[in-house]
Write a protein that binds this ligand. Structure first.
Ligand SMILES: C[S@@+](CC[C@H](N)C(=O)[O-])C[C@H]1O[C@@H](n2cnc3c(N)ncnc32)[C@H](O)[C@@H]1O
Length: 240
């Protein structure tokens, strides 16, 4: 990704984001189709946090869903769209503040007729706060911004607070999937998960975290990391 800027998170009226969002909200100018999708399709798919608090995530979808899964920082949405297409009975929520990524996902939704996706086009943290306890079955945090410098680590998405929130909103037995190409972020995440104590790392063999499972498609960022010769780690945790 290009060098991120620090921006204040925007928030819908009455839904002010807490803290700062470190990252880009906009890249290049949207193409006409992308602009149409953002203006016309996104409002109908956007998660209303008050509604979420009151009715829970399953109520976001037009049809009954078997489970609800959340992807945080979906980038261009390749993984989210793949999961939605291969699991039509699952309700998928995606959180991503970068509008160009959101526009890419909207194009996939239109092209593939994916009716089981809802979008929070903002910082994921207020979304986590609005989700009721035990309301999700899976959460994906794939290649979060790495913030490799020691003085920037506090900007990482994985923190004591977010691990606590993820534990609260996942149902017992639910799954948290995490990936990174930065060894220090992998250690950081394992340390935070261990310190929390409410998750079990499911790996039994090195290949369980060195190889991506078959039901876990690659992402754009991952392809870049591999292309640059970096190894990736794929961690799965079970919520106790
Ligand atoms: C390195 S990119 C990876 C994107 C995608 N997961 C992939 O693997 O290609 C990290 C993404 O997380 C998003 N992000 C950063 N902070 C976030 C936050 N607080 N809430 C939601 N998304 C966030 C960024 O906008 C960016 O798209």
């Amino acid at each position: 990704m290009s060098k991120p800027m620090t921006t204040k998170a925007q928030a819908a009226p009455g839904e002010r984001s807490r803290g700062q969002l470190f990252g880009r909200r906009k890249g290049h100018r949207l193409r006409p189709r992308q602009l149409r999708l953002v203006e016309e399709m996104l409002p109908g798919l956007r998660v209303c946090l008050d509604g979420l608090r009151a009715h829970g995530p399953a109520a976001l979808f037009d049809r009954p869903v078997r489970e609800v899964w959340l992807e945080i920082g979906f980038g261009g949405g390749e993984h989210l769209a793949w999961q939605a297409a291969h699991n039509r009975d699952i309700g998928m929520i995606g959180a991503e503040p970068f509008v160009n990524g959101v526009a890419k996902l909207l194009a996939a939704i239109e092209d593939e007729g994916l009716g089981n996706i809802r979008i929070h086009d903002d910082d994921a943290r207020p979304l986590l706060e609005a989700l009721p306890d035990n309301s999700l079955d899976r959460v994906f945090v794939l290649f979060p911004d790495p913030w490799p410098k020691a003085r920037h680590r506090k900007r990482r998405f994985v923190s004591h607070e977010t691990v606590g929130e993820l534990h609260r909103i996942l149902r017992p037995g639910g799954t948290l999937r995490f990936a990174s190409d930065i060894a220090d972020y992998v250690r950081w995440t394992l340390a935070h998960i261990r310190a929390h104590g409410g998750f079990e790392w499911t790996a039994e063999h090195p290949r369980d975290w060195r190889e991506r499972p078959r039901d876990w498609p690659g992402t754009r960022y991952e392809a870049k990391a591999r292309g640059a010769g970096r190894r990736c780690a794929y961690l799965s945790f079970r919520r106790a």
